[in-house]
Design a protein around this ligand. Structure first.
Ligand code: AMP
Ligand code: MG
Length: 416
């Protein structure tokens, strides 16, 4: 089948065709900290109850509720003080009609069913304690299995392993988990003009900056970038390099997908058996993107212009990579921002406009929006989604956006 269809897909239509090609590529066992940020490839059931034993949530005295019924500050109940329960110990059973000193997290002794906090007591002479409050059964006791019962589902398949998940896994004595593998993503740059960062400058040459920007985006998406050597604008060289790249789990190329005389990438795709999906998307920047697959390997030909490559990666490749990692929510959420200034754009394609955000998500588009303008993705917070059929936007208008910074900080404390 020849690459190239007579019509262009919308971004959503392109995603609908691409996403089914991006599926997890198996699982691996990782120790807990190595699994941070990954997604569970299996359900994890609780091995034991949490809490593992009934324990006190206060420093105070363990008692039988019936022994302190009716106690109050005005008429405290004096109970002999017998024994102690401290965290890490195993207390003797509570003798009926006595109180036992107990500390936070310490086991509630057999026979006790309530804890009176220290602040509601006074210590009397002769090893007695005056209980100044009634404590119903269960008071300040964290019962065994209250939070989680052994044998129940603790973390379903697809759970993201974050700090909380690591904590509970460790609490259960689980030291390794099965997570979806991290895809290896090959990045192949084409163009006679490209030189490596450390090569000496030559007339007409430019540094292959896309390899760095794309590798960073792959890594930020949680995957493993594999940067291949640059290839010149030549079908045979491109074919050889594509073959090398196809050993990865995903193959991204960049450049050479337009209609220029030196755009050989689509022809090279066909000759290595990459099945054509589609060519061209109604997206700005990045229209000439090409998608295909070879067996189970998704292949995306990104345009060479640096902003086209980054924007199309963000819109059309990143969700697929997240899905391969097993993320059940692979898309950036559709956020909502308020334009700080009037803005016009060309209709006919969905435009993703680089913008910075100030307080209350007021968005200012960067001055430079050209597809080849690298400084237009410096300190970018968001990509505004400007509609195919609407040219003029006014200050104060609400527009949908993707927040593209993994960590959006604030200069002011949220507690101020
Ligand atoms: P192309 O898509 O190959 O027609 O390239 C479009 C524009 O992007 C040209 O100005 C190229 O020089 C530039 N370009 C292509 N590939 C890269 C790259 N890997 N790094 C930086 N710029 C590139
Ligand atoms: Mg080129």
């Amino acid at each position: 089948m020849a690459l190239g269809f007579p019509f262009m897909k919308s971004v959503q239509e392109a995603l609908e065709e691409m996403m089914p090609a991006f599926v997890p590529i198996g699982t691996e066992r990782l120790s807990l900290l190595d699994a941070l940020g990954r997604f569970l490839g299996e359900e994890v059931t609780a091995r034991a109850d949490i809490p593992a034993f009934a324990n006190s949530s206060m420093d105070g005295y363990a008692v039988r509720a019936q022994d302190v019924a009716g106690a109050s500050a005005a008429s405290p109940r004096a109970l002999p003080l017998v024994g102690e329960s401290k965290a890490g110990g195993t207390p003797p059973p509570l003798v009926a009609g006595t109180a036992m000193r107990i500390f936070t997290g310490a086991p509630v002794p057999e026979g006790a069913d309530a804890v009176v906090m220290q602040e509601d007591t006074t210590v009397g002479g002769d090893a007695t304690v005056n209980i100044g409050v009634a404590a119903p059964a269960g008071h300040f006791v964290r019962p065994r299995g209250n939070d989680l019962r052994g044998g129940r589902t603790m973390l379903p398949r697809g759970s993201r392993i974050g700090p909380g998940e690591l904590g509970i896994l460790a609490a259960q004595g689980i030291s390794a988990v099965t997570v979806f593998r991290k895809p290896r993503v090959a990045i192949l740059s084409t163009g006679d003009e490209l030189r490596d960062l450390h090569d000496p400058p030559a007339p007409g040459s430019i540094v292959n900056s896309n390899a760095y920007a794309l590798a960073a985006m792959v890594r930020e998406a949680g995957c493993e970038p594999v940067v291949l050597p640059n290839v010149p604008d030549d079908v045979d060289a491109t074919v050889a390099s594509l073959r090398a790249g196809l050993v990865a789990d995903v193959l991204l190329t960049c450049g050479g997908v337009s209609v220029g005389d030196y755009d050989f990438v689509k022809a090279a795709f066909a000759s290595v058996g990459i099945e054509a999906g589609f060519w061209k998307v109604r997206i700005k920047p990045g229209k000439p993107l090409v998608f295909g697959r070879r067996g189970t390997t998704p292949v995306v030909g990104l345009p060479g212009n640096c902003m086209s490559a980054m924007v199309t990666f963000e819109a059309l490749v990143r969700p697929g990579l997240r899905a391969m990692l097993g993320d059940p929510r692979p898309y950036r959420p559709r956020a909502s921002v308020t334009l700080a200034v009037d803005h016009r754009h060309a209709t006919g394609r969905l435009e993703l406009v680089r913008a910075r955000l100030a307080g209350a998500n007021r968005a200012t588009p960067l001055r430079l929006q050209d597809s080849g303008s690298l400084p237009s993705w410096v300190d970018v917070d968001a990509l505004l989604l400007l509609a195919e059929d609407k040219a003029a936007y006014s200050a104060g208008e609400t527009v949908p956006a993707l927040f593209v910074r993994d960590e959006t900080g604030a200069a002011i404390s949220p507690f101020a």
